[in-house]
Structure formats: structure tokens, C-alpha cells
Ligand binder design. Sequence first.
Ligand code: CP
Length: 353
Amino acid sequence: MQRTQEMTSVQPDWENFYPRPVSDKVPFFNKDGRVYDCLFAQQFNRDLLTLLFRTADRLREVTQHKDGADYVSGLLSDKRAMLYFAQPSTRTFMSFLNACHVIGVKTSEIRDTSTSSEVKGETPEDTVRTFSSYVDMIIMRHPAPNFVEKTAWLMNRTGRPVPVVNGGSGKDQHPTQALLDVYTLYRSFNGDLDGRHVVMVGDLKRGRTVRSLSYLMKNYSGIRLSFVSPKEFRMEPDILEFLKRHGIPYEETEDFKGAMRTADAIYMTRIQDEHDKAGESKAVDYSPFYFKREHLKDIKENCIIMHPLPRRHEIDVAVDADPRAMYWRQERNGMWARAALIAYIFGVDGKIR
Ligand code: CP
């Protein structure tokens, strides 16, 4: 997976590169017309999503038997991945780790930067460059906006580039969460996503999952979105602008009960108070944006309830037993979708389908 000299030599400095629109930057993170560094939800088109979902479906079938599990775990047994998670994570970390194991990729990890030589003054840029000396892929979560993208940009200018996968960056993007979210919709609706009404609820301003999921909605026709949030945490204008540009109708409302009645999917999120500057979350009454047990009677029979998790109080635990509660299956879907993505990036997905 060597980059051509042409690719590396024509790129501008980072300061001139990163403000560009994503559509301009995507070619730099592709290779031979395929996604190489997975950084933005906008990199997934409908064909790629379908291909990844078919691969994920096949992986879960094949690995039910030892022969199949042994076969897929041999596909990438020559590859190693670094999981660099500089922000807390349970699901993304665990699902990527186990996705690697499903397809035979060996793993190493840093989850606490105080155990890295960054404490000796090494820059994060030099630290991540070091990983590429040892591994064939970097899977990364980082609190700093653009840092995952910058890592991929840096790698692509070195003599030993390795693909970089975004496991969540700043408040901006969580593309593989959006991938597993759409995979969950795909499985729940037997592949028929067109014409669905998706209701996103909660702290939409600071939630990177709802941003990435909104981007992916452009791949389906007849989608309608409702953004239900307190006025303090409304969806950011850049996403609304994106939806307008792609002709996706949306409403912004505080009327959760009204929006849920026609929903095909309700996507709950927690308040993202880790991004507070001065305790502003405490000033907001979040309780109108909880999905309570009594709401089960108000939603459609085939509506699914989703959540990227972790949750606090925004979904009653009593809701978990309802067959429409999809969030536990959703988090397991993450392992299969991420395994499919890694297989695709290394070019072995065709040996699974
Ligand atoms: N959904 C999600 O990103 O969960 P974690 O923060 O536990 O990885």
C-alpha cells in the first residue's frame, strides 16, 4: 500500500490543507478509488455501505462455525493494528479490538497517554508516527479536533504510510459509529432504508455521532429527519446546511412526543457535558428528552429505538426488554461492521463475501 510520489509531493502544508471542504480532501485519503484512511462519514457512498453490510452479514454467518472462523481469522494474520485511544471508550475500543481478532489482525494499544513517551515531551505527531514503525493500521480516538485527520495526512507524507481509521475525533466526527448505526437500520428494515423518518434526540450540538449519521442519510432517498433537542443544544448550522444542499427535509423541534409518533427510528443521545466550558449543561432541563417506558405505546409497532451508548437516564432501563429497543444489538453490530471495514481497507473483503 505504498503511496505514489506524486500523491505525497503535491500536497500543501497542513495549515492550508485542513480548512478545505471535505469533498476536496477525500481523494487524498483514498487509494485506487477505495477508502484508505477512514476519517469522514462523507467517504461512505451507498454502494460502499451496501458492500460493507453484505460483508458484515457474511462474517457473522461464517464465524458461527469453527471452520469459518478459522478461515476468516487467517485472512489478515500478517497484519498488525495499533489502537490509540486518547479519550475514554468502551464500545468503540472493544468492538475494534474484537473486529481485528475476528479477521486475524494482531493488536497493540495505548489507552492512557500518561504511559506513552508523550510525558517525556514527545509530540503527539511524533508518537503516532512511531506507531507506523510497528503496525500496518492505526485506529484512533482523540479529543482534539482534526488530530485523527492530521495523523492520516502526516502518515501519507512518510515513506511508510499506514491507513488511519477514525474512532471518534473531537466534537466533529465518529464515522464508524455512523456506519454501524446505518448497518443497524439496514438490518432492522431488511435493507429498505428509503423513505424512513429518523428522529435524533438530545444534545445534538455536541454529539459527534448524530453529525456523522446525518451525513450518511444523503445516501438514501426520501429520508426525513427530526432534530429534537433543548434550544441550547440544537444541531449545528453546518449540518443543516449540508442537509439543505442535499435536499433532505428536516425539522427542529422540542416536541419529542409529536416527533416520535411517526418515527421509524428514534436515535437517543446523552448530554455531552464533557464539552462544558462553565457547567452550562446543569442549566438545561434534559428530562423532556428522555424516552420513558410510557412512550412505548406512542411509537409505531416497527419503530426501532437506538442509542450509540453509553446512556445515563435518557432511556428507561425498563425499555430494554421491548423488542423495539435496538441499542444492545446496535453495539454488537459495531464489531461486524468494523471487521468488514478493516477487511475492505486491506482488500480482503471479496474473500469473505
Ligand atoms: N458509542 C461509543 O462511541 O461508545 P464508547 O464511547 O464507549 O466507545
